[in-house]
Ligand binder design. Sequence first.
Ligand code: SF4
Length: 678
Amino acid sequence: MPDVLTTCTYCGCGCNFYLRTRGGQLIGVIPCHEHPVSHGSLCVKGWNAYAFVNSPERLTEPLVRKSGTLQPTSWDEAFARIIDGLNRIQRKHGADSIAFLSSAKCTNEENYLLQKLARAVFHTNNIDHCARLCHASTVVGLASTFGSGAMTNSIAEFENAEVILVTGSNTTEQHPQVASRILRAVQKGAKLIVVDPRRIPITKWATMHLKQRPGTDVAWLNGFMNVIIADGLENHEFIKSRTDNFEALKKTIEKYTPEVAEKIAGIPANRLVEAARIYSRSRKSMIVYSMGITQHTSGVANVRSCANLAMLTGNVGRASTGVNPLRGQNNVQGACDLGALPDVYSGYQKVSDSAIRQKFQKAWGVDDLPAKPGLTVVEIMNAAADGSIKGLYIMGENPMVSDPDIRHVEEGLKKLDLLVVQDIFLTETAELADIVLPGASFAEKDGTFTNTERRVQRVRKAIEPIGNSRADWKIICRLAERMGYARMKYSGPAEVMDEIAQVTPIYGGIHYDRLERGWGLQWPCPDRNHPGTPFLHKGKFAKGLGTFIPCEYTPPDEVPDEDYPLILTTGRIYFHWHTGSMTRRTATLLREAPEAFVEISPEDAERLGIRDAERVRVSSRRGEITLRARVTTDVPPQVVFIPFHFYEAAANVLTNPALDPEAKIPEFKVCAVRVEKV
Ligand code: SF4
């Protein structure tokens, strides 16, 4: 069989490569030199993206719990039990007693179909996915300031920037293609400012590395803006013609002098002044951020502050400028775009808007779509624990590793009357399920992913689904059909995309025949003749005028005290991905990073009598884990770092489920912990 061109299943860069097969099995990955993002280079995860597909641990049959154990069953019995269980729960407890978790690993078409199933067939808006845990603050923060909650510019544009401000993004390890563009810009003379509590690999190339205290981003961003206004470096013309509410911002910013910002954030005032001047004096300054900005109780305020900074200096709406949230998972952008969120249909069209609801009712052939927004991820888990959610259908997510306060999640999942998990492996969450459905990996199905720069790209089938597994879109459609719903019969994902284009203005011109001809299309792409949009807000913001929304600094929900004197921050490492279900089944990656660790500063280690590689206990108010210490100057004193990929020492046993009030994102990036020798 010829090599099959497809899109990587790991990060939001969206590299393309060819899958090579022999005898119906994947045997390797070949880079694609023409692709505009990857240009023939891949990171170690991409090179190994075929290995987990052949794992002997793949789920090959539906499983049903009988006498306490999961046993193989037929698709027929599995569907019958799911429908009977969900119907029974809804009859007894109402439509909103069940919920769905969709998947940033699955295709656009699958995410669209699962939210359609939840809304049109089961009459609930209780659908969400892991974007809630990574970029919900971006969606809310950028929509309210710019009118669109997505990365404003394209990956290729980094190369031509004059100044790049990276904050809360371990870019080299998590978005290697973006990092390589930033490096090329630096080699061409661009200035790189990194604001991060840890010494991460990209700081090697930085003109300045400012180390803020975790959870103080509003303070230093306001400090930047204070310097810019004090120096008269704001862009008066841009502010006047493109924005509103500037006076309110100015008033708030007044009190965040560099000295006040230093007191809160710990960045020396003179360094902050220098960095603010560098950022504001350039006409091509790009802001890059990721979960270090979003995963806070002040996540939305952090994002709005980045948007305020860009508007203040007129660095938005042109090439090589903008505010660029890097999306983590391969299709987290697409899962949001396609409506796997509790308050919007595809294209961010609000469920509470009656005209929009009527449009979808007509398109889907129903007359009773629910108007009330549903529950978010953490709210679903809380509702499971308090008994108000009784049934949960999870497609391709693993909350037993990914969600904050895992013991609480476990309590909720165990209380459910029915837990259905659709996945490719028996994950830690699937182990608790009543019914497990075997889905197909990215190599076994057709569809599309949308990368972090809004590029919708093809995913192509290279091999047949393993064993008796099925493509996820087929599973969802069959379930709808068994429920008696006739409007989810499709010849294939191309037809699903045609329906998406019909009801989703930003995807209006995206069809498979166009995707076959090039390297995808960047939304907004409103009609068949539109070429796609490399950067947003040219001439006018998506909402008309951009709005300055002043933000006050508020401390994190949990601050260190005598019992828990250190700040824990969490994140990913280069060799693993998310909950590890794929990378930890890939021998090369496992060899490079076999186990969990906690990074601790030499000062804290000495004070606690801890030596490098010793086993230590890390505890928070929610639980404790045991793992190996890595003594390193990469973290500053009073801060420890744990990667969240390892179930046996899951960082999220410790993390705080306190939420940002608007985005409902948990504060993964700051909680108070204690570290002790075991
Ligand atoms: Fe895959 Fe991201 Fe690596 Fe590219 S950079 S190969 S998309 S994981």
